[in-house]
Design a protein around this ligand. Sequence first.
Ligand code: ACO
Ligand code: OAA
Length: 378
Amino acid sequence: MMVCEYKPGLEGIPAAQSGISYVDGQKGLLEYRGIRIEELAEKSTFLETAYLLIWGELPTVEELAAFEDEILHHRRIKYRIRDMMKSFPESGHPMDALQASAAALGLFYARRDLDNPVYIRDAVVRLLATIPTMVAAFQLMRKGNDPVRPNDDLDYAANFLYMLHEKEPDPLAARIFDVCLILHAEHTMNASTFSARVTASTLTDPYAVVASAVGTLGGPLHGGANEEVIFMLEEIGSVENVRPYLEDCLQRKAKIMGFGHRVYKVKDPRATILQNLAEKLFAKFGHDKYYDIAIEMERVVEEKLGQKGIYPNVDFYSGLVYRKLGIPTDLFTPIFAIARVAGWLAHWKEQLEENRIFRPTQVYNGRHGIAYTPIDQR
Ligand SMILES: CC(=O)SCCNC(=O)CCNC(=O)[C@H](O)C(C)(C)COP(=O)(O)OP(=O)(O)OC[C@H]1O[C@@H](n2cnc3c(N)ncnc32)[C@H](O)[C@@H]1OP(=O)(O)O
Ligand SMILES: O=C([O-])CC(=O)C(=O)O
């Protein structure tokens, strides 16, 4: 067996062969199935992009209509899932509620028929359709309200905002939210996708795959950074405080949330698009003073850490967009998950097509040959 050098965090180690997405971290380039993210953000919709990621090609008019229709008809959640969510503590984090609810779907669809394309399609449709409903339902129920039923007249993104705010969204807000979903849908072998693929490789069900990925996404070094960014902007509070705040972080060797990336050594192309989306929202709905703080942060971080390749990542500007859409801070990461379900499912499907269980090795650095000490002698 070939022995490889141990790399903390598996840096630079390929974990799969994949044709789903591609990142050039030096050029700041991201493609889904070969199509540039900028082009998808301008021309596609989230469901069309999800189709592209999962089935490998852009859908025809008929294929897209059929896919959208299937999703529309599977948006409602079972009353038993809703009742289970109602019993969750309202102080609990919505990512934990989502992880538990996604896993609970597996209780209803326990049969695993992984060689059957109908089973795969049903699972894809069910997960894409119900995850947004679950996120919105928990949000309303933790406030003591009943969840809002999906609105069949609204598309995927608009319906989510409708279920969250109990009113139809402004069309610009809905389109911008849809673009956010496109931007977050997939990103090569990131931590949660790796987690999804490891879980998939055991041939378990897709609900367990998504639940394990949701758990991984929630951490502050990964998708959870989007809410940490807002806490940080609130703590900084003013443009004048940016420099002393960052100097203090650097002195303490503390990570600056929303900056840095294992692959990108330039500004994340999604951060550039999200920044433009934020500006569009500010032009229509009013400015956000935290944006001025964010701009100053980007300037000072580049001055201090640019030579190390530390630039804004996808999590830096997304929260400013979501705030303007009236979304509470602790829903930012669940919204990331709504989008990333598309990527996780694409990787689940790809993993099954050429599966081998993930079972890496380790470098043992513990002891050998130690005698057992009876408890009364310890
Ligand atoms: C959707 C996403 O997951 S995007 C990422 C979201 N996460 C964040 O925004 C959290 C802040 N960023 C980070 O913690 C990291 O940049 C990560 C987790 C994204 C990438 O981590 P790694 O690739 O392991 O980089 P690592 O932590 O080894 O950093 C390399 C060097 O850059 C520095 N660095 C990296 N990110 C930052 C940051 N955000 N602030 C300050 N310094 C940083 C490190 O201190 C380290 O410096 P050193 O070589 O002098 O010790
Ligand atoms: O690729 C990564 O490591 C993290 C990231 O940007 C993502 O998952 O979108």
